[in-house]
Design a protein around this ligand. Structure first.
Ligand code: HEC
Ligand code: HEC
Length: 328
């Protein structure tokens, strides 16, 4: 091919044009001939604005303003309490099958790991010895008597050592969980006479239950035998008090927490809600740990879960530790 000047010029021009299409980065701002409203004066959140006497650029809403969808005047629905501040005893939704299943789903996501699949307080993180404050069982008098509104409130705002779940669980779902907790309570508390209505072999169920109890007792014995001679010491007791999170509710320095302090407890006289009293000796301390509902200390609620899984050596060690906190 014969090249003439015009062709050479055309080739050069094309290659220069192609080079400029390679999309290199540039530090310079793009040319912005028409500004529209892309750049304008405005304030950032929380920025100072001297125009207003209080110096804020963000203005306070007029007193009594309620954002759309935030009007929560129905305290029975949103807080589980009536106008007088008492817990309500009614679930403000229709208890349908799908509502209960929703409650079950939510329970399994948010509650089961602590309160257990059947609500017996033996959730997976409670049984692993990780030092969580134990979750009480829902199958006891105190929980049966708890009004629906109080369970709702426990979910929304927490209760004593348990945190609230308001940020994660919506109002309707909280009530669905309350309904499901009630269903769980009923499921574990069906009288034999009522069982007969259902298509179940009652005799077989009772037999299975007995076999399970026997097996558990056998395992407990094996565990006890495997432990053999256990160390009993105040140091071990102190560790156990931390590991079992007793110190979430009991202080060692006289401070009142959810429960009475351990300071000066040993040997002191204890008054109970039923009007009786006793001296806090070893036997009393151990009973208070394995069966806290037996005697309820005056001025406190019956909220301590029974620690009946502690071995004799562990209980004795805790007692030794409590003794060191007392001059009696
Ligand atoms: C991280 C573990 C944990 C989770 C998750 C949890 N709880 Fe609890 N719950 C506890 C503990 C611990 C207590 C006892 C607190 C105390 O007495 O200080 C408790 C207490 C309660 C009580 C009071 C029971 C009584 O008899 O006093 C209710 C009701 C309750 N929980 C419901 C729920 C529900 C419903 C959920 C799910 C939305 C839930 N909890 C999730 C640990 C948990
Ligand atoms: C959720 C809070 C809580 C936890 C956790 C807890 N307790 Fe308690 N405990 C209480 C409350 C409340 C009382 C007083 C009401 C009663 O007598 O049941 C109490 C009572 C006692 C008493 C009788 C105290 C007295 O003044 O007469 C002893 C002893 C005791 N607890 C030991 C323990 C030990 C040991 C642990 C851990 C293995 C433990 N508690 C875990 C709340 C708790």
């Amino acid at each position: 091919m014969k090249l003439n000047t015009a062709k050479i010029c055309a080739l050069l021009l094309i290659s220069v044009m192609l080079m400029s299409c390679r999309g290199q980065k540039s530090e310079k701002p793009p040319i912005h001939p028409q500004l529209n409203m892309d750049f304008q004066e405005r304030f950032n959140a929380q920025q100072e604005n001297r125009f207003f006497a209080d110096g804020r650029s963000m203005r306070m809403p007029v007193e009594g303003t309620v954002a759309r969808g935030q009007l929560r005047h129905d305290t029975a629905l949103y807080e589980g309490v009536d106008e007088t501040g008492e817990y309500t005893n009614e679930i403000p939704f229709d208890i349908t099958e799908s509502f209960l299943y929703r409650g079950q789903d939510m329970y399994q996501v948010y509650c089961q790991m602590c309160h257990g699949g059947t609500g017996n307080g033996q959730g997976i993180i409670m049984t692993g010895g990780y030092g969580y404050v134990p979750a009480p069982t829902f199958h006891r008098e105190a929980s049966y008597d708890m009004p629906d509104g109080e369970i709702y409130s426990a979910i929304a705002y927490g209760i004593r050592n348990m945190p609230g779940y308001a940020s994660q669980i919506k109002v309707e779902d909280r009530w669905a969980i309350v309904a499901y907790v009630r269903a769980l309570q009923r499921s574990q508390n069906v009288p034999e006479s009522e069982m007969e209505q259902y298509d179940v072999d009652l005799a077989q169920l009772l037999q299975e239950d007995e076999a399970r109890r026997a097996r558990e007792a056998e395992l407990a014995e094996q565990r006890a035998a495997a432990r053999g001679e256990e160390e009993i010491s105040a140091e071990r007791g102190e560790q156990l008090v931390v590991r079992n999170a007793c110190n979430a509710c009991h202080s060692d320095d006289g401070t009142r927490l959810v429960g009475p302090t351990f300071k000066d407890l040993y040997g002191a006289e204890r008054n109970f809600t039923d009007g009786t009293s006793a001296i806090a000796d070893e036997e009393y301390l151990i009973e208070s740990i394995v069966e806290p509902g037996a005697k309820i200390v005056e001025g406190y609620d019956n909220v301590m879960a029974p620690y009946d899984y502690l071995s004799d050596g562990e209980l004795q060690s805790i007692v030794e530790y409590i003794k060191t906190l007392s001059d009696n």
